[in-house]
Ligand binder design. Structure first.
Ligand SMILES: Cc1ncc(COP(=O)(O)O)c(C=O)c1O
Length: 386
């Protein structure tokens, strides 16, 4: 049987990895400043992560959500503690799209009779039905997905969104505090604060999509925490399992009451996923990784701002985008194959996305600097010759 051919692939086959280094089938090493698409939070193959998952697998890998699973409670407690959150309850699922799907569903349960969502230009929220409907990309939406009236605003249009919210018929606001796929555009903190007020005044659930920006990537546990707001629902995934598929929705208990059967999943919150999720939180705490993000980000930004052809640096913390005067597709390929440097892309063709594991060392950031300088010099020389 052939694979359903939906991915554009690089000619690279990783077979093992450690920390920020990935090794391919030919034994060549790559410096991973892509983090498997912002997924690798505590570094590849962290010993505590391996031990925690292995130990769990030797006991019990899976049972369904019809039995007691204290690991889920331990994960919820630890998450509340490390993220410094009170008053939220955790629903566990398997991916970012599923987290947003369930968050939108919770909002809709609380707002019967409404069917419109405020979302942001360039937003990416996943590929399941409601999540892809709210995503700003018609090419990945099928007719069957178009069930919600999406009201699209610029990320800095706090006044426009507040005015629309005042009509009182909006189901939810769904927003990334720092966009990932959209190209590292930030929703300015004053706009997030304005939205929080407008949502509270109109009783509209405010959903923060922290699937990519959460788990410390921006220097706080959640990117919205830079604005000091308190969302009603928070969706999480990527960094949560360091590669093990796990997602979740944090649901503000004061606003939403759980009812048996209102949400559910077969695999969500299974024993192995919880062990992975706990290991990640334990390492984040033990190694004080979130506190170290700001210093590492400064070092990285300093390097990026000096690059030839750079227009600007976007994003926050270790979720950065280097925007150039030219489309970066060929440069990305060249960095990968000639410099052994993995980077990401975004819907803005001129942005090189930089998402290293939070464990990245200063030495690795300096190695990144050498690689990107060499790669860029070579790239610019070749483009001038052409
Ligand atoms: C902000 C954001 N939300 C949701 C998703 C969807 O997550 P998943 O691919 O796990 O469904 C992504 C994935 O890139 C994302 O960046």
């Amino acid at each position: 049987m052939k694979l359903f051919d939906v991915y554009s692939l690089f000619d690279l086959e990783p077979v093992r990895a450690k920390g920020s280094i990935v090794v391919d089938a030919k034994g060549r090493e790559y410096l991973d400043f892509y983090g498997g698409h912002a997924v690798i939070s505590i570094g590849h193959s962290h010993p505590h992560y391996i031990a925690r998952i292995t130990e769990q697998l030797n006991r019990l890998g899976f049972y369904s959500n019809s039995v007691l699973n204290p690991l889920q409670e331990a994960l919820a407690d630890k998450l509340g503690e490390v993220a410094e959150l009170e008053g939220y309850e955790l629903f566990l699922c398997n991916s970012g799209a599923e987290a947003n799907e369930n968050a939108l569903k919770m909002a809709s349960f609380a707002r019967p009779g409404t069917n419109c969502v405020i979302a942001i230009a360039g937003a990416f929220h996943g590929r399941t039905s409601a999540a892809v409907n709210v995503t700003d990309n018609p090419r990945i939406q099928a007719d069957i997905n178009r069930g919600i009236d999406v009201l699209r605003f610029a990320p800095d249009d706090g006044a426009g969104m507040s005015e629309r919210l005042a009509k009182g018929d909006v189901t939810a606001v769904l927003i990334e505090a720092v966009q990932g796929v959209g190209g590292l555009t930030r929703c300015p903190p004053p706009v997030l604060q304005q939205l929080e007020t407008a949502c509270r005044e109109t009783g509209t659930p405010l959903i923060l999509d922290e699937v990519q920006s959460g788990y410390g990537r921006t220097g706080k546990f959640f990117a919205y925490q830079h604005a000091g707001i308190r969302p009603d629902l928070i969706s999480i995934a990527k960094g949560m399992g360091n590669g093990f598929p796990i997602g979740g929705v944090l649901i503000r208990g004061a606003r939403f009451a759980a009812q048996k059967g209102m949400l559910g999943t077969t695999f969500g919150g299974n024993h192995l996923a919880c062990a992975a999720g706990l290991a990640v939180l334990e390492v984040l705490e033990e190694e004080q990784l979130i506190k170290k993000v700001e210093g590492k980000a400064e070092r990285l930004e300093h390097i990026l701002t000096k690059l030839p052809g750079l227009r600007r640096v976007k994003g926050l913390g270790l979720m950065l985008g280097a925007e150039f005067d030219f489309a970066v597709g060929p440069l990305r390929k060249q960095l990968l194959h000639e410099q052994g440097l993995m980077t990401g892309s975004s819907s803005n063709p001129n942005i090189l996305r930089i998402l290293p594991p939070l464990t990245v060392s200063d030495g690795e950031i300096d190695a990144f600097s050498d690689k990107i300088h060499q790669g860029l010099t070579q790239h610019l020389a070749t483009s001038v010759q052409l």
